[in-house]
Design a protein around this ligand. Structure first.
Ligand code: PEP
Ligand code: CO
Length: 448
């Protein structure tokens, strides 16, 4: 049943059920920050948004593959040159592996330039008998466990907007400057590539690609254009309703509204209910939209979401990001695929093998096993194939840094290793080597 009211405005979410929001003690300061944010320049443009939707339509039709990746939670401190460029490097290397192995063009969407708000399982966090508001991401409060840090501060929304703008500006400048030129993949080498187990395979592939490009350029008798440019799009969970509303705007000479704070906003699992304020806010924008779905998603729920967010069945509009966990995917994914097929709806299917595979170690770390992540992706590929569907992409939490947060991978990281470089603010990420290994695993499964 579609319970969503047809009347939409950027504020109509206020009439719906609001979940996962901070309580700001100073309402005057909150209004001031929202007002200021509403007048700040947008971060993306309507034509970039349309371009991405076209590419996602190609993904939906099996002609392109999507890689969406980045931090679980970005932090303001990590808005710096090495962190941003290393993340771009690893995404570029992974997409090179995928282009070469899948023989398909890739669309890259970063979990960056705005991934600053996090849903939490409880409003309060208690440590040694002291209860404080939970950390809800840098957009809301600070992670340090003391009273002052945890008070939601509306001025952080402006810092979030500025940090997103700086991140995007740097990414755009790198790409425009030729950093992503496929003729020069050596620009993306991270210092420790040479120590990686996958290094030789990767270097061989790079050599083959260079030779093929050289050969094609000889045949064409000219330098091939657009090899020097790849597109990067931004995405984040559209969680903070005031922030997202302030960036939901009309633009000259286009119909309707756009979320101009990111190319690709997604709705998280904790806020995807049919009565949700988040669904209401995103129902009114032209952006392509991601929706997290999981083992708890029923037929009525899935159809209600699609009817609310994409009633005209527009191609490229909806990406269903499924996150079941390796042990639950077989019992649930075929069911969701069939619902869409029977009702004649289309969507991009994207596998998030991270959020259903989180566990805790005996030494108190939140982690994920590389093998479970890999198994969920491989099962997703098999299931989509056998159900006559197409797995269009993967959604990964990763970083270009040499962290030790997920267990396993070629270096067989163990629980003790987690103590060495566990840096994430929220969920454990694949490190650089594990990310590259994942891209190679996707290719080898695809070509089986
Ligand atoms: C996330 O993507 O970081 C997240 C919180 O995921 P989910 O909504 O799927 O739990
Ligand atoms: Co996460």
């Amino acid at each position: 049943m579609n319970t969503i009211n047809k009347q939409w405005s950027p504020e109509s979410w206020k009439l719906k059920t609001v979940r996962q929001q901070a309580t700001y003690p100073n309402k005057v300061a909150l209004d001031k920050a929202i007002n200021k944010l509403s007048n700040m320049p947008p971060l993306v443009t309507s034509w970039e948004i349309f371009k991405l939707k076209e590419k996602l339509a190609e993904v939906q039709n099996g002609k392109r593959f999507l890689i969406q990746g980045g931090d679980c939670a970005e932090s303001f401190d990590d808005c710096n040159s090495p962190i941003i460029s290393n993340r771009i490097k690893v995404l570029l290397q992974m997409s090179l592996v995928l282009i070469h192995g899948l023989k398909l063009p890739i669309v890259r969407i970063g979990r960056f330039a705005g991934q600053y708000a996090k849903p939490r399982s409880a409003d309060l966090e208690t440590k040694d008998g002291v209860s404080l508001p939970s950390y809800r991401g840098d957009l809301v409060n600070k992670i340090a466990f003391d009273e002052k840090s945890r008070v939601p501060d509306p001025s952080r929304m402006l810092v979030g907007h500025a940090s997103s703008a700086m991140t995007l500006n740097f990414v755009r400048a790198l790409i425009d400057g030729g950093f992503a030129d496929i003729r020069h993949p050596e620009y993306w080498n991270l210092a420790w590539l040479e120590h990686s187990g996958d290094s030789t395979e990767y270097q061989d592939m790079m050599k083959k690609i260079s030779e093929s490009i050289g050969f094609a350029e000889i045949l064409a008798g000219r330098r091939l254009g657009n090899l020097s440019r790849v597109d990067f799009y931004s995405s984040h969970e559209a969680l903070h309703l005031h922030y997202e509303q302030a960036l939901t705007r009309e633009v000259p000479r286009q119909d309707g509204f756009f979320n101009l704070g990111t190319h690709f906003p997604w709705i998280g699992l904790r806020t995807n209910q049919l009565d949700s304020a988040h669904v209401e806010l995103l129902r009114g924008v032209n952006n392509p939209i991601g929706i997290k779905v999981g083992k708890e998603t029923t037929k009525d729920h899935l159809l209600g979401l699609i009817e609310a967010l994409n009633p005209s069945n527009e191609e490229g509009k909806i990406t269903l990001i499924h996150r079941f966990g390796a042990d639950n995917i077989e019992a649930n994914l075929p069911r969701l695929i069939k619902i869409l097929q029977e009702e004649g709806y289309g969507a991009v299917w994207c596998c998030d093998p991270m959020h259903g595979n989180t566990e805790s170690t005996s030494n108190g770390y939140k982690t994920r096993k590389f093998n479970n992540i890999k198994r969920e992706v491989e099962l997703a590929m098999e299931i989509h194939k056998s159900e006559n569907s197409y797995l269009g992409g993967v959604h990964l939490e990763l970083t270009g840094e040499n962290v030790t947060e997920c267990l396993g991978g070629a270096r067989e990281l163990n629980e003790k290793d987690l103590e060495r470089a566990y840096k994430t603010q929220v969920d454990p990420r694949l490190n650089y080597e594990q990310s590259l290994e994942m891209a190679m695993a996707i290719v080898s499964k695809y070509n089986q």
